[in-house]
Design a protein around this ligand. Structure first.
Ligand code: PLP
Length: 440
């Protein structure tokens, strides 16, 4: 029965699901009822391994008591207060704690509700910063092919994920894209590829074409996540940093996936030893429990914007009803406490070599055309069968039947396990994935 012909009292027709093959879902619903640790349980009681940490957002696994209790307590004390012209203590505390984790200097934190919102915040800070210092003509942005920066207009415009772009027209004007970094010379190399640092020189070409003084910022994910785990070539991010610095272009790292230990350090900026001017984060900030995101901004960038406004006026015309929501702040504080006390990022560091070895072990299987990964992000790319992406989607659906939740980025099968997964659980994820790929 097609979606259109299902009766209106059908309980499934009313929710229009995001980023979902809605019609297929109605035919074969994948319903999750409950979760605990690294497992989901379906409405039929079947157990599934969470191989993708939710959507890269629950490093600690599901259902941590400390987070639940902190959220409950906050709800009882203060469920909401307006974030414009008023503040809540938990937000200042959380900002200070986040600033402890970010690279030195990136210690001004503005909260929002999602990664997409954080990206918009970051782009706007870049524009207003240049205006405040008398370079308001710097309005261009440089993104990258196969980048993903969320779904809002700024974010998809600087992003380079084809399906996210082609339905919605032209997007922001003045956006150019660097070439992506997935090159054949680096196939099957785990970690940073040996070749391709010079792809960063694309930025110089845009400088030559448009003039550096028209470019506000360059935004990249240190590791492109949503398009299939594209690890930067060795030296690539450093080169990008050098070019940005040389030309007064702000470098924005979108760390929505890579933030909070995914690469073994708090942020990929530290793992790759490259400090951006602004970074975004979300997802693992609250271990996925309550929507929350943030940007971390260089202190002097914030100061420049503050100083450019007359006293007693709003300096930055931006914010959301749910910015710094007290309940999200409570979830964030409880999450960061666990990260500190349990050395969660250390756990990720310890698990990563085994994980990457397991991902690399897919090399040589029929139709495997690449394996790649870094930290606890790994991808096995398959030759397409049928239309591009069809095979990946089938594997995702079969995974639900075989007990594994995973991501498919086109025909790349992506695993991003919770950091608390045991080597045994990791092994089970890999074995299910092997079976799914073999039969696909
Ligand atoms: C790098 C990156 N930026 C932005 C976003 C958008 O985040 P959200 O879905 O919370 O809006 C995502 C989501 O996966 C992401 O991976």
């Amino acid at each position: 029965m097609s979606a259109a012909t299902r009766p209106s009292n059908d309980p499934f027709v009313h929710q229009w699901m995001p980023f979902t093959a809605n019609r297929q879902f109605l035919e074969q619903p994948r319903l999750i009822a409950r979760a605990e640790g690294v497992y989901y349980y379906t409405t039929r009681g079947e157990k599934l391994l969470d191989g993708s940490s939710g959507l890269y957002c629950i490093p600690l696994g599901h259902g941590r008591r400390e987070i639940r209790e902190a959220v409950t307590k906050q709800m009882e004390e203060l469920d909401y207060a307006p974030p414009f012209q008023y503040g809540v203590p938990a937000a200042f505390k959380l900002a200070a704690e986040v600033a402890e984790l970010t690279p030195p200097g990136l210690n001004r934190i503005m909260f929002s509700g999602s990664g997409s919102e954080a990206v918009e915040s970051a782009l706007k800070v870049a524009l207003q910063y240049h205006r405040a210092r008398g370079e308001g003509q710097r309005t261009r942005f440089i993104g990258r092919e196969r980048g993903y920066h969320g779904v809002n207009f700024g974010g998809w415009s600087v992003g380079g994920m084809v399906n996210n772009r082609k339905a919605f027209g032209v997007g922001l004007p003045g956006v150019s894209h660097l070439r992506h970094t997935l090159i054949k010379e680096n196939l099957f190399e785990m970690g940073e590829g040996t070749h391709g640092a010079d792809l960063a020189d694309d930025l110089e070409r845009f400088v030559n074409l448009h003039g550096a003084d028209t470019i506000a910022a360059c935004i990249v994910e240190p590791i492109a996540g949503s398009t299939g785990i594209l690890v930067p070539p060795k030296g690539y991010l450093k080169r990008l940093r050098e070019i940005c610095t040389k030309h007064g272009i702000l470098l924005i790292f979108d760390e929505v996936i890579t933030g909070f230990g995914r690469t073994g350090q708090a942020f990929a900026a530290q793992t790759f030893d490259v400090t951006p001017d602004i970074m975004t984060m979300a997802k693992a900030l609250t271990n996925g429990s309550i929507p929350m995101a943030a940007i971390a901004v260089r202190e002097d960038i914030q100061q420049t914007i503050l100083d450019s406004a007359p006293p007693n006026t709003v300096e930055f015309y931006h914010g959301y009803t749910y910015s710094a929501h007290p309940v999200a702040c409570a979830a964030g504080l409880a999450t960061l406490k666990i990260y500190r006390e349990e050395d969660t990022f250390g756990q990720a560091r310890a698990l990563a070599p085994t994980f990457l070895e397991q991902i690399a072990s897919f090399k040589g299987m029929p139709d495997v055309i690449d394996t790649r990964g870094h930290g606890l992000l790994g991808a096995v790319e398959l030759a397409p069968k049928g239309k591009p992406g069809e095979r990946g989607f089938k594997i995702l659906c079969r995974g639900f039947e075989e007990g594994l939740v995973l991501r498919a980025a086109g025909d790349s099968i992506v695993l991003a396990p919770p950091y608390v997964a045991t080597p045994d659980q990791l092994g089970q994820m890999i074995e299910i994935m092997r079976k799914l790929i073999a039969e696909s």
